[in-house]
Design a protein around this ligand. Structure first.
Ligand code: PLP
Length: 636
């Protein structure tokens, strides 16, 4: 656990159990030992061919833990409730979940259900997101906010006005000044009294990667001049009372509470000014940005770490709003936040298998074979070879490396000229590896091939260099004997993970042993943690690898500590082909005709090739059909 800093980034949801496996603690700090869920047991259960109608599910798999999601929601709410009580703040907190972080139907439905007792709502940033938020909130608390952010056209605004007509507590937050004209026009046309908010472009700037859109030159929001013009337009339309919410968002992963308090204070000043100008302000919406500690360092000195927890975050917000409002004698507003990352990151774990690791070629050649082939080298190469072995015997490391390089280079040159064969070249490589190993100069880092697509499942690593904790989910009672980088299935040189939390360029990993390592049939499973926000939504289908299988796992007090309540296989080859406009059914028919045509031909030709009988026509067609039907990942 210490090697992978699990106690840092994992607490209170992940730990290592007495079997050396990672276990999830569904109720965080309140989890009792018998309630812990062993992740390896989940993998074994869902991939067991005897389970789910004899099918067994394919990895990679996303394990969703709704209990963790509930715990995150309740923890966020109670952090604010506590801060509000301790500061004698005279209004409440009611958050919204920005669905863009993970639009999965069951994630959103869970949040609405778990959040209903405390008016938790949703935030949408596009028309389809608004549609899903509207339908989910029909089952939510009627006071829950439905915040409409993002760039808007007439259709988006009409939809938001319809939501208001349907008694959903909808707020149209202006992202651009022009949107106000549409809001005024359409709300009159549709006879709906809207609730309007404004996203303010704050001067406070967060300097990390995720803050690049904040500050005066940021991409989003209205400047003070523009906000003043909106006030005027609403006033002229007799709708200033509709202006009720002030929103800002200074970026994700806000590194410190001092920066947070700075931003909140600036926004609270604008809020008070709007009250002074006659708007009927009710809510201050502080956006997202509540960070999580990916590396467990609590240092706050990189995009990977924040120097605060939920309690400190809530306290900083409540204190800052109260201080400004009290000085201006303004009634305390309802505080809303749009925390996404902090809410959904922990509840889902991506589990994948390392199928093989690159091994040294020396092992594949006996010393007799090596001597035999080296004996056939040219005279020059043999001189280098003699110098190399002599310096190795004398223990002259520098000279060894020099002669090894020289020998390799001259043999490659000779191979290119056609003077030596592949066996000689392989013997030279084997000899050099043996020498590197003897003098302790061999590269200890292996490449582990993982049954995964980075572009589908960890797109932020590829896109913005974001790091996530990646850890073997078992064998943690054994010291890892190797170090490795992870290479994915895509035909893309970017499809590898060679940076890990803690600034490491390789990960301590165990040997993948054949025949039952750790009692798991030689299988070696890794988990990528804290990836529940953004990764699924951003993932693409590079190389036509679709999303992983998804299972929902709840804590249960039955014979096992968990219950798999839902299992959805990832998209099949046919499904991903369809995304790119191919028609799998037609493709299958075309290929099947071809099989019939060609196998028939072979049969007629009577060439003695008994592999092509009638039975094989059906079996080839069956193989094709199951390829369309299965997921694109390797079947381990
Ligand atoms: N609200 C808005 C307007 C955003 O742009 C974002 C994300 O960038 C969020 C909320 C969610 O932020 P986070 O995931 O950091 O909580």
């Amino acid at each position: 656990a210490a090697l992978y800093k699990i106690d840092g980034w994992g607490a209170p949801y992940f730990s290592v159990n007495s079997s050396g496996n990672v276990s999830a603690r569904p109720y965080g700090a309140d989890t009792l030992p018998h309630q812990e869920i062993d992740l390896l047991k989940i993998v074994k259960k869902v991939s067991d061919p005897k389970w789910v109608g004899g099918l067994g599910l394919q990895l990679p798999v996303i394990v969703r833990l709704p209990d963790v999601l509930k715990n995150r929601l309740e923890s966020l709410q109670s952090a604010f409730d506590f801060a509000i009580q301790s500061q004698v703040y005279e209004a409440h907190y009611q958050g919204v979940y920005p669905v863009k972080c993970n639009q999965d139907r069951f994630v959103v439905e869970d949040i609405v259900r778990f959040g209903s007792p405390f008016r938790f709502g949703l935030e949408a940033g596009s028309k389809p997101e608004l549609l899903l938020a509207m339908s989910c909130l029909c089952k939510g608390n009627p006071e829950a906010l439905l915040i409409c952010n993002g760039f808007k056209d007439g259709e988006y605004i009409s939809l938001a006005l319809i939501a208001r007509k349907l008694a959903l507590n909808t707020v149209i937050v202006l992202e651009q000044e022009e949107e106000i004209d549409l809001v005024i026009e359409l709300s009159k046309k549709m006879s709906v009294r809207p609730v309007v908010g404004v996203r303010a472009k704050l001067r406070t700037k967060h300097s990390g990667h995720f803050g690049s859109t904040s500050g005066e030159k940021g991409k989003f929001g209205l400047t003070t001049t523009q906000i003043l013009r909106v006030v005027k337009k609403l006033e002229q339309a007799g709708m200033l009372d509709c202006f009720q919410l002030l929103h800002f968002h200074i970026g994700s992963q806000i590194p410190s509470t001092s920066l947070l308090a700075d931003g909140v204070s600036e926004a609270a000043q604008i809020y008070c000014e709007l009250v002074r100008l006659g708007a009927r302000m009710q809510v201050i919406d502080i956006g997202g940005g509540l960070g999580i500690d990916y590396d467990g360092s609590k240092s706050g000195n990189s995009d990977l770490s924040v120097a605060y927890g939920l309690d400190e975050y809530a306290l900083a917000v409540v204190q800052a709003v109260k201080f400004v409002c009290d000085r201006k004698n303004v009634k305390h507003p309802v505080i809303c936040s749009e925390s996404g990352r902090a809410l959904v990151s922990h509840h889902s774990i991506l589990i994948f298998e390392a199928l093989s690791s690159s091994s040294t070629s020396a092992a594949s050649m006996t010393s007799y074979e090596m001597q035999y082939y080296l004996g056939a080298l040219t005279e020059d190469a043999r001189a280098d070879y003699r110098n190399l072995t002599a310096s190795a015997i004398r223990g002259e490391h520098e000279a060894c490396l020099l002669y090894a390089d020289q020998l390799k280079q001259s043999c490659v040159d000779q191979f290119k000229e056609g003077n030596i064969g592949m066996e000689q070249l392989a013997a030279v490589d084997a000899l050099c590896e043996l020498i590197y190993k003897t003098i302790g100069a061999s590269d200890p880092v292996r490449t582990y091939h993982v049954n995964l697509s980075l572009f589908t499942s960890i797109p932020d690593f590829w896109g913005i260099g974001q790091l996530f904790p990646i850890v073997p989910i078992h064998r943690l009672d054994q010291r890892p004997g190797a170090r490795g980088i992870l290479s994915d299935l895509t035909c893309d040189s970017d499809g590898k993970i060679d940076k890990f939390i803690g600034g490491e360029s390789s990960l301590p990993l165990h040997e993948i042993e054949g025949g039952g390592a750790g009692g798991n049939g030689g299988k070696y499973y890794l988990g990528m943690f804290l990836g529940g926000a953004y990764e699924e939504a951003l993932g693409g289908i590079h190389n036509l690898f679709g999303g992983p299988t998804v299972v929902r796992v709840s804590q249960s007090d039955g014979p096992h500590s968990f219950l798999v309540t839902q299992a959805v296989p990832g998209p099949s080859c046919g499904d991903v082909l369809r995304v790119m406009q191919h028609e799998p059914e037609l493709m299958f028919e075309t290929l099947k005709h071809r099989v019939e045509e060609y196998c028939h031909h072979d049969e007629d030709s009577d060439d003695g090739d008994s592999d092509h009988g009638m039975g094989s026509i059906a079996s080839l067609a069956n193989s094709l059909a199951s390829c369309f039907h299965n997921m694109p990942y390797l079947v381990a």
